[in-house]
Design a protein around this ligand. Structure first.
Ligand code: 13P
Length: 265
């Protein structure tokens, strides 16, 4: 049975008080499933709005949560690519590093709404790795493109994100096709599995020394309790990046229940 990565992107759906309250409820809920036997080991990482990072990190460390099969961490949704300097309104890696283990890079909302470019994302990935945090590099093709165009688009995103970067710790790629984000139209599992295979093939062809055991691939886009185990069962997928279904306690609970009751993932 593989370890699974359940990464939850809370975007800015909640204010600080709501984030703290939801996180406390999630911890309490997970305490009650402390002794599940059948399901896979779960790496759960919550990516709250940046203003809630510190408080969630403190709640997490003070929770005394102990479970051999379930690890809970906090992640950051975005950082600036420079360590410090005159960058009004940005968040530096130094300010978030004490409170998290992972950072999202180039979520499609960052690329499309805020115009982030591949070259800047490469700098972010490098900074994150050099500061001993785990990057989650988000990639995904636009809607309605042909298979060839989708692959060319993904290839460019993959290669540019880690060009000239020494990968000797875990790096995660989150494959999030844009048409599936926030739409309720999750991508077909067969397509997701073949795109994940394409990501691995691209890495091997272009970085022959890369250790694929250090690369994990998540799927994101309208994941919910109904479809989650279909994605987690795919041979090339290690986990999921969940948006809106992870900010409603009942939906989150149903997702966890589905995972822990699955004996062969
Ligand atoms: P939804 O799960 O709401 O489609 O969002 C996906 C996403 O953007 C995760 O990063």
């Amino acid at each position: 049975m593989k370890d699974v990565y359940i990464y939850c992107n809370w975007k800015i759906y909640l204010d600080d008080e709501q984030s703290e309250s939801l996180f406390r409820s999630i911890l309490a809920d997970l305490q009650s499933v402390n002794h599940y036997e059948k399901g896979p080991n779960i790496n759960l990482t919550i990516f709250p709005a940046t203003s809630s990072l510190r408080s969630l990190s403190e709640i997490n460390s003070n929770s005394n949560f102990a479970n051999k099969k379930l690890k809970i961490s906090i992640g950051c949704q975005n950082i600036h690519y420079e360590k410090h300097g005159a960058f009004t309104g940005e968040t530096s890696i130094m300010s978030i590093q004490p409170y998290c283990t992972s950072v999202l890079v180039g979520h499609s909302e960052r690329r499309n709404v805020f115009g982030e470019k591949n070259a800047d994302l490469n700098k972010k990935t490098s900074l994150i790795i050099n500061n001993d945090l785990e990057p989650i590099i988000c990639i995904g093709e636009p809607e309605n493109v042909s298979k060839n165009d989708a692959e060319a688009y993904l290839r460019e995103q993959i290669l540019s994100s880690i060009a000239n970067i020494d990968i000797s710790n875990q790096v995660i790629f989150a494959y999030e096709p844009i048409g599936s984000i926030g739409t309720g139209f999750a991508t077909e599992t067969l397509d997701v599995n073949s795109k994940a295979e394409f990501i691995k093939d691209t890495l091997i062809q272009n970085f022959p020394d890369i250790d694929l055991r250090l690369i994990k691939i998540l799927y994101g886009g309208s994941v919910n309790s109904e479809n989650i185990t279909d994605y987690l069962s795919l041979s090339n997928i290690d986990g999921v990046l969940i948006g809106s279904s992870s900010v409603v306690l009942e939906k989150f609970q149903m997702i966890i229940d589905k995972i822990i009751s699955k004996s062969h993932i």
